[in-house]
Ligand binder design. Structure first.
Ligand code: UD1
Length: 363
């Protein structure tokens, strides 16, 4: 038996672990799979709703770490996760993405000589001011098996000297979830709830520190949203840190009446929203990929992307440096000028199955 502990911590992790859990269950004669939730995200709407929507089992371990500075959060996760590893002695731990839980748990495991599997390895924005970039570089440096979503990831890892036998190009497990749940998301009643007409509204998500922790940038973004709101309804499910900062900066009350703010939205309802949007304005990593798969127009309000395939072949436009340009591009999309895109290689809904096969073959 191969014992694997998979780590989830923050919202973008849940939809990546769900298809892996399903794929591992198909090999339950060879793989014993446990899930550990660090508790980095703990609000019902940032965590529990995803377990329900994605049909994930209750985690075998819940560390209850919560928020804190980067050092506090990372350190606290390490201290608690080490106890689980000493008790369970797994053959592998599996981490996804680039959040603080990812680096904290991979570092803990590698120091105990437990092998680390990193899913969604190799992505690089080149911007070391992003906490996620530090997490990506360090996690990849100590991982034993690196599963990659797009060709740029292969090039980045080779450039950093990772040996070929550790790297596997398998596609995108987050897209596995999207493909699996797209049909079910059609039953969502979110459009009626917020009086939105399918194909005729804009979805907004903003939560990066570089956008929402800074008053000038936040003011410019509010101006951008308010101008777009003269043309279309906007729906803006708001991350807790963004809400807190908008309130503190006194910007909440400045938002146009066509901007509907909501609490964070669950997986299926959010998928219903994005798949029927005319345009998405975001600074998320994952939403760039989801919009490319869906063929929905996406403008990314960041200066760099670690997911260049979404710009090279997908429907994503990277326009964070100059918000006047981003506004022009948004208005142009709403006038019918759409960027044509295709789906990246191996984004076919079966990445998790490929990963499971490879892991079974390792032993
Ligand atoms: C984290 C990830 C980021 C990911 C994002 C998705 C890191 C470094 N960042 O950022 O890559 O895109 O998750 O959401 O790991 N908070 C709550 N309730 C919660 C969780 C957070 O109120 O359930 C608030 C707290 O004020 C907290 C703040 O949000 O201090 C930030 O949370 P944190 O987990 O540190 O980072 P995110 O900004 O969510």
């Amino acid at each position: 038996m191969i014992k694997i502990i998979s780590v989830v911590g923050a919202r973008p992790n849940f939809m990546k672990i769900a298809p892996l859990h399903r794929a591992f269950l198909k090999h339950s004669d060879k793989i014993e799979h446990l899930i550990c939730h660090t508790g980095q995200h703990y609000d019902e709407k940032m965590s529990k709703v995803f377990f329900d929507d994605l049909e994930l089992p209750k985690p075998h371990y819940y560390l209850g770490i919560g928020s804190g500075s980067h050092a506090e959060q990372t350190g606290n996760i390490m201290i608690e996760f080490e106890k689980i590893l000493l008790k369970e002695k797994p053959d592998y731990i599996l981490v996804v993405g680039d959040v603080n839980s990812t680096i904290a748990c991979s570092l803990t495991a590698s120091k105990l000589h437990i092998k680390v599997i990193h899913v969604e390895a190799g992505l690089r924005s080149g911007d070391r001011l992003m906490p996620e970039e530090i997490n990506r570089v360090l996690t990849d440096a100590i991982s034993d098996h690196l599963f990659v979503t797009e060709k740029s990831g292969m090039d980045n890892l080779k450039h950093e000297g990772v040996s070929d036998d550790k790297i596997h190009f398998v596609g995108n497990v987050m897209i596995d979830s999207l493909a699996y749940y797209l049909e079910k998301a059609k039953q969502s009643e979110i459009h009626q709830k917020y009086a939105l007409e399918k194909g005729n509204y804009v979805v907004v998500t903003l939560h990066r520190p570089s956008n929402v922790d800074n008053l000038d940038q936040m003011s410019n973004l509010v101006n951008l949203l308010n101008t777009v709101a003269e043309k279309r309804k906007l729906i803006f499910p708001i991350h807790p840190r963004t809400r807190k900062n908008l309130e503190q900066f006194g910007k909440l009350k400045e938002l146009h009446k066509n901007v509907t703010l909501t609490d964070p939205i669950g997986y299926l309802d959010f998928l219903a929203l994005t798949s029927n949007a005319e345009l998405i304005l975001t600074d998320s990593g994952g939403i760039q990929e989801e919009s490319t798969y869906l063929g929905v127009q996406c403008i990314t309000l960041r200066t760099s992307t670690e997911r260049p395939v979404t710009v090279d072949v997908g429907t994503n436009q990277l326009l964070g440096t100059d918000l006047a340009k981003a506004l022009d591009a948004a208005l142009s999309v709403l006038n019918g000028n759409k960027k044509q895109g295709t789906r990246p290689e191996l984004w076919d809904g079966h990445a998790a199955e490929r990963i499971a096969e490879i892991i079974v073959g390792l032993n």
